[in-house]
Design a protein. Structure first.
Length: 192
């Protein structure tokens, strides 16, 4: 297995921003992510926003993050009254050539033991996002797991929403004219 120094990993990540160029577009789409960036986008484009000219911080420690997060954009008319976000793409300044894509999920705090939760509250546990469907107090250990509905956790009940995404946003159901906030995004070069 080939292993790379942190300096080389950082250089590879910084090359992404250089290649995509100034005026890169952040797009959020509904549906399933295409097999790769060369494949045509699927679903409905829910948001498109131009990123700042220096849209990502210099890579450090093998990771690169978007500058100035949170980043806000506005839902496009095609989003209608609310459409579930599925994936994002970072494209060139024309928005036509995809250079990076990944999954999107809601920003959720980590599940905590013995905590009161309310209906529609989100929690992150075991690499997944869950939404509370019946208020209560979480169990002393464990938390929700699996991908079903009606997941008991102490006196609270949860439903699986999605896996934790590569990009998190404040509300994954995007409506026309809605302000959408990207709360976190980072790229990691895992070839250590």
């Amino acid at each position: 297995m080939i292993q790379l120094s942190v300096a080389v990993r950082n250089a590879r990540l910084d090359a992404i921003e250089t290649t995509v160029g100034v005026g890169a577009k952040l797009q959020i789409w509904s549906g399933a992510m295409p097999a790769n960036c060369a494949a045509a986008a699927t679903g409905t484009k829910l948001l498109e926003d131009t990123l700042a000219s220096d849209w990502a911080a210099a890579a450090s420690g093998g990771s690169k993050v978007l500058n100035n997060t949170p980043i806000t954009g506005t839902g496009l008319p095609a989003a209608g009254g609310g459409t579930q976000a599925g994936y994002f793409r970072i494209a060139d300044s024309t928005g036509s050539t995809c250079h990076e894509q990944g999954t999107v999920s809601v920003n959720a705090a980590a599940w905590a033991a013995g905590t009161a939760v309310v209906v529609n509250q989100y929690a992150r546990n075991g690499g997944n996002i869950y939404q509370c469907t019946a208020a209560g107090t979480t169990a002393g250990t464990g938390g929700p797991s699996g991908t079903g509905t009606g997941i008991s956790d102490g006196t609270a009940v949860w439903s699986y929403v999605s896996a934790v995404g590569d990009m998190t946003i404040d509300n994954p159901s995007i409506a026309s004219g809605q302000t959408v906030t990207v709360t976190s995004f980072s790229m990691t070069d895992g070839n250590a």
